[in-house]
Design a protein. Structure first.
Length: 606
């Protein structure tokens, strides 16, 4: 049994020596100032463990006592790197260190033959001092680890846990007295102490696999935040602000900032822009505290930087490469936001121009219209034959211009949100008829217009004027884009709560790849067959927007070279409760009009 005890004791000592060596090696390679203090503490612990296994001598005892006290004191100095001790506390710590070493050495040198009680008291002083040096920092680390990112939190906690176990073992050892000197108890405490070795090593230099496992909990949150950041950030400034916030969180830093290619700070969190700019210009200071990752932006290379705080002792290579990868995504996001902003600005200018131009044109055109109609009506004197023809052409052109201006004003109004609908209950058949009469003058002899209307009312709650404009535009397009003529059918139906006006022509049709263009603002499909046809590309855009504002839509089905069907859909008006049964104009219910019914068709032909 004693052999087993010796073996476990040797093993534990070897464990601490290995820990000291491993940490000395890592520290030699990385040389962080703060880590240095912790490394010295752990190396001292390793030395104490090794010397403790040698045959005892007075000198050895003194070295062990000094080494042990220093191992604790270095942990306090490590803490001092992050949370500086007050001057008094600092002096008291030194005094305590001196006092404890004196007591220990005095006990070893002069009180060798004193009673066990005196020796225990001296040991108690040493262990209590060590417990104060290490205990205060680990409690602080544990408490402050809550606000740190997952990896640093785990590291702090492993370190705290490791030292807490050591403190507990030391106290139990001294206070437990004879009861704990049994071989079994010794083996247990030694094994416990041995278990501390990996805990502390991992806190000092966590292997990548562990880092990854610790980070897992954060990863999902980070992923959705990234998505949010890159896709939904409305503008560059907002994206830059959020990106810095996440970079700070990612590295557990205290502050961070983004600087553009000229070194101008465009976003910062936890640090004011002046201080951030100073950090960039003062490289020496910056390199000690700041980790930077390049941001590749269109205007040049900027940087995303985070500044370490008192609890960000170690920017591991892992965090740094993570920051780099993150910075690449942020660069892409910033670029996306820049393009979006530019597009929005162009759109904004277009709307402003549309608004300005249409309003400025409206006045003069109204005056011209007035004079042209006076000319036509002979109010400005009699015109000869050629004059009358010219006045007719002028009147037609001015009215075309007027329509164009009205469309532009409507589009501008729509975009500025100033468009209000005057909704009333109406019969869609009437609106369709009225639209057809509006376009009647456009029908060429080669066209045949067919109105296919149901016998019963098709009640809709709409703005009748605007709905008429939508249908008139569909009909005039059908005429315009079937230059060779053919039948143009305007069919009105209602089914399953949806009222439809379908305008079908046998004209040019539209290629499948061009369909998405139709409903965009100024969207026109220019082909050799259509390039000579006049148009603004506003009609369908306005039509769809107006239909949607009224709870409906416009859809299209088309075959190039064969013709197209544009369908306006609107919700059927809900049945009014007061409507009494038996009335001739009973409100239509769903399915009342089936498409297989063949209602009477009115044909208009010119
Ligand atoms: P405009 O007719 O003034 O150009 P619209 O917004 O009404 O503007 O139509 C957009 C484009 O859709 C038209 O330029 C045309 O290319 C295409 N288009 C619309 N209606 C038809 C149709 N019935 N047949 C073929 N092409 C059509």
């Amino acid at each position: 049994m004693t052999l087993a005890v010796t073996l476990v004791q040797d093993l534990t000592a070897a464990g601490f020596v290995a820990l000291g060596l491993a940490i000395a090696y890592r520290w030699y390679r990385e040389r962080g100032r703060a880590q240095g203090k912790l490394a010295l503490g752990l190396i001292a612990l390793g030395v104490v463990a090794a010397l403790g296994r040698l045959p005892s001598s007075l000198l050895l005892s003194v070295i062990v006592i000094v080494g042990f006290m220093l191992s604790g004191f270095f942990v306090l100095l490590f803490r001092n790197e992050f949370i500086p001790l007050g001057r008094t506390a600092y002096r008291a710590a030194y005094a305590l260190l001196g006092f404890a070493i004196l007591v220990g050495v005095f006990d070893a040198v002069a009180l060798q033959h004193a009673s066990p009680l005196v020796t225990s008291a001296a040991a108690f002083v040493l262990i209590s001092t060590w417990a104060i040096f290490t205990g205060e920092p680990i409690v602080r680390f544990w408490l402050s680890s809550n606000v740190l990112p997952a990896v640093q939190k785990a590291r702090m906690r492993f370190l705290s846990l490791g030292f807490a176990v050591l403190i507990a073992i030391l106290f139990v050892d001294v206070l437990g007295g004879g009861a704990l000197q049994s071989p079994a108890a010794l083996i247990v405490t030694q094994l416990l102490a041995l278990a501390v070795v990996p805990l502390i090593y991992v806190s000092f230099a966590p292997p990548p696999l562990l880092r990854r496992i610790w980070r897992m909990s954060e990863e999902n949150e980070l992923r959705s935040a990234m998505q949010d950041l890159l896709i939904f950030s409305p503008d560059r400034q907002d994206l830059a602000d959020r990106a810095v916030f996440w970079a700070v969180r990612l590295l557990g830093a205290t502050s961070g900032f983004i600087a553009d290619s000229n070194g101008k700070v465009i976003a910062s969190v936890g640090i004011d822009a002046d201080r951030a700019a100073k950090l960039i210009s003062n490289h020496a200071e910056a390199s000690a505290q700041v980790v930077q990752a390049p941001l590749h932006m269109a205007e040049g290379e900027g940087s995303l930087a985070v500044v370490g705080g008192r609890f960000t002792p170690l920017f591991g290579s892992d965090e740094i490469s993570q920051l780099r990868a993150y910075a690449n995504s942020v660069s892409a996001g910033l670029e996306r936001a820049r393009v979006t902003e530019r597009l929005a600005a162009i759109e904004e200018h277009k709307t402003q121009f549309l608004n300005l131009a249409s309003h400025e044109l409206r006045g003069p055109v109204t005056v011209i219209r007035g004079y042209v109609s006076m000319l036509e009506g002979g109010l400005l004197g009699n015109l000869n034959e050629r004059g009358r023809t010219a006045a007719g052409v002028m009147a037609a052109k001015v009215s075309e211009m007027n329509e164009l201006i009205e469309e532009m004003i409507e589009a501008a109004r729509l975009e500025e949100g100033g468009l209000t609908l005057r909704t009333v209950e109406a019969d869609l058949r009437d609106i369709a008829q009225s639209a057809a009469s509006t376009v009647a003058p456009l029908i060429e002899p080669q066209h045949r217009m067919v109105m296919d209307l149901p016998e019963r009312r098709v009640r809709v709650n709409v703005d009748p004027d605007r709905t008429r404009t939508i249908i008139a535009n569909l009909l005039s397009n059908a005429i315009k884009y079937s230059p060779a003529g053919g039948e143009i059918i305007c069919q009105v139906r209602a089914r399953a709560g949806v009222a439809r006006v379908a305008v079908t022509d046998q004209g040019l049709g539209i290629a499948r790849e061009d369909l998405p263009t139709l409903f965009t603002r100024f969207g026109r499909v220019i082909t050799p067959q259509t390039e000579h046809l006049k148009g603004t590309g506003l009609g369908l855009f306005l039509g769809r927007q107006l239909a949607r504002m009224q709870g409906g839509d416009i859809t299209v089905a088309s075959v190039e070279g064969k013709g197209s069907t544009f369908t306006l859909q609107l919700p059927v008006a809900l049945v009014a409760e007061s409507a009494s049964a038996g009335l001739l104009e009973t409100p239509m219910s769903d399915g009342e009009l089936r498409t297989d019914e063949r209602p009477s068709a009115t044909r208009a032909r010119r």
